[in-house]
Write a protein that binds this ligand. Structure first.
Ligand code: GDP
Length: 482
């Protein structure tokens, strides 16, 4: 468990930080989601649209012309890698390739100068606010429950889950290896490494595209960040045994598991998660629906797991009496540019239903949660195609090199129109189809290249196009610029 002293230290750090002026009056915005959910693309588009005055009609401060300036500044945390905005924007805009995805935590400070809408605020505030955007893998959040588990409990659970029908074949190699490892045998680095490698290969196989099983801890086994190969990461569960004997494999594994909790998991939550004010959780609902019923069910599980990390009060290992509170969480299904706008509200309704079920299952209370279907970067435009007497709505874009549609393989240069399919009018229909195990995916999913930026008649290049990014900004930061 996180101890009382942990909680007290977080509170004290915050108080003394504020008093000493170290903690500036900034808003810390967490951006998370499982690997490939769209974190990097979201942050890049967020910053680009604010700096370059993007089209953001639903973002009050921008719409009313009160946003005077937005620019990047040095981040306050010297030990956290910087989010490489310049590289990512160059990839997206100049090369029209998708930027490199999130592999570890990074941070970026964006400062906004604005005129408050209220005369009272204009009198008393400086009209300047910094946002510290913290990008981190959702996989790391899923380690929180480990803080409440001993090595014996972790091992027992891991073994039990590994024998379930959905995972049994994937875990077979690791289970055979564990079966042959005697907890009492002398500690040996090579055995530890072999067991770790087999165990983490099994965890990774669960995440493979066609399986899409929910993510199991330890999260760093999937996304090691800069800890790859370190002893705190070189452990694995062992079969049940009593108390660990001195010098045994069991003692070595137990020590490393505890070190992982103490030196990796706890500091991550204490130094990063506990200081967040707002959080956006990106989910790849398009990919899940494309993969079918099991993947959608899995998406709901992962939203539940992520939300339970932000649950407040009873039962949460992190939030105690004193700790900082996240007051708004946005669950955003990104990549909505893969479907026609008629389906955007439908996608949002489906994600809302998933989130509602996840909120109920996670016994979630506390922060305000909203749901949005959006595309941080809009890679397509819309059109219609005549087919006989029917006029079909299509999306038009440049498929990535190697993508195939109806037997045709694309070279990454040619544009094409795709009829993406319709989402059901009511989310219930999708869930019904899922319960009936209907194998057919409702949409056809093609990956497109990032768009070419538009230029105005005056030769001004516009900022990255998006879908509903302005609504995300309004929910996440709008009230602080009122
Ligand atoms: P991360 O692992 O969460 O950082 O994921 P990325 O932001 O790197 O996104 C993973 C991939 O999803 C990208 O390489 C794109 O192919 C795709 N993607 C992400 N966001 C969008 C979007 O808004 N529109 C489209 N069309 N594709 C997106």
């Amino acid at each position: 468990l996180t101890t009382f002293s942990d909680e007290a230290r977080i509170a004290l750090d915050t108080l003394t930080g504020r008093a000493a002026g170290i903690v500036s009056p900034s808003l810390r915005l967490g951006v998370t989601g499982l690997s490939r959910a769209g974190k990097t693309v979201f942050i890049t588009a967020f910053v680009h649209n604010l700096i370059h005055g993007g089209r953001l009609p639903m973002f009050d401060a921008q719409k009313s012309g009160r946003l005077t300036k937005a620019y990047l500044e040095h981040q306050p945390d010297d030990t956290v890698p910087r989010f490489q905005y310049e590289d990512h924007i160059a990839a997206l805009v100049d090369e029209r390739i998708w930027p490199e995805s999130t592999r570890a935590i990074s941070e970026l400070r964006l400062t906004v100068e604005f005129e408050s809408a209220s005369a009272w605020n204009r009198l008393f505030s400086r009209g300047k606010l910094s946002f510290d955007i913290v990008d981190y893998p959702g996989e790391w959040l899923l380690d929180l429950p480990l803080l409440g588990k001993s090595y014996a409990e972790f091992s027992a659970e891991a073994l039990e889950l590994a024998t379930l029908p959905a995972r049994a074949d994937l875990s077979a190699k690791w289970r055979a290896l564990t079966e042959g490892a005697e907890p009492d045998q002398p500690a040996d680095e090579m055995t530890a490494r072999r067991l770790f490698e087999a165990f983490s290969a099994y965890l990774k196989a669960c995440k493979a595209d066609h399986r899409a099983l929910s993510t199991l801890p330890p999260g760093r086994f999937l996304m090691p960040g800069d800890l790859d190969g370190s002893p705190a990461l070189t452990f694995a569960p062992l079969k049940p045994a009593g108390k660990a004997k001195n010098g045994s494999l069991h003692a070595m594994m137990e020590r490393r598991y505890e070190a992982y909790k103490t030196h990796v998991v706890r500091p991550f939550f204490r130094e990063h998660i506990a200081r967040l004010d707002r959080q956006i959780v990106l989910v790849d609902a398009m990919q899940a629906m494309n993969a079918g019923a099991e993947a959608v069910a899995d998406l709901e599980r992962s939203i539940t797991e992520i939300l339970s990390c932000f649950r407040q009060g009873r039962g949460n290992l992190l939030t105690g009496l004193f700790s900082h509170r996240i007051d708004r969480i946005l669950i955003a299904a990104t990549k909505a540019d893969h479907i026609h706008h008629e389906s955007h509200d439908r996608l949002q309704a489906i994600v809302r239903r998933l989130a509602d079920r996840a909120i109920a299952r996670a016994d979630f209370s506390g922060a305000a949660v909203d749901v949005l279907a959006m595309a941080a970067v809009r890679a397509t435009r819309e059109g219609t195609v005549k087919q006989g007497k029917e006029t079909l709505p299509v999306i038009i874009g440049t498929p990535l090199a190697g993508e195939t549609i109806g037997g045709e393989t694309f070279n990454g240069e040619a544009e094409t129109a795709v009829f993406p399919g319709d989402l059901p009018e009511k989310p219930g229909q999708l869930f019904q189809a899922m319960e009936q195990q209907s194998p057919e995916a409702p949409i056809r999913f093609v990956r497109f290249r990032p768009p070419r930026l538009e230029r105005t008649a005056e030769g001004v290049t516009l900022s990255l196009p998006h879908i509903r990014l302005d609504r995300a900004l309004q929910f996440l930061i709008g009230d602080h610029l009122a």
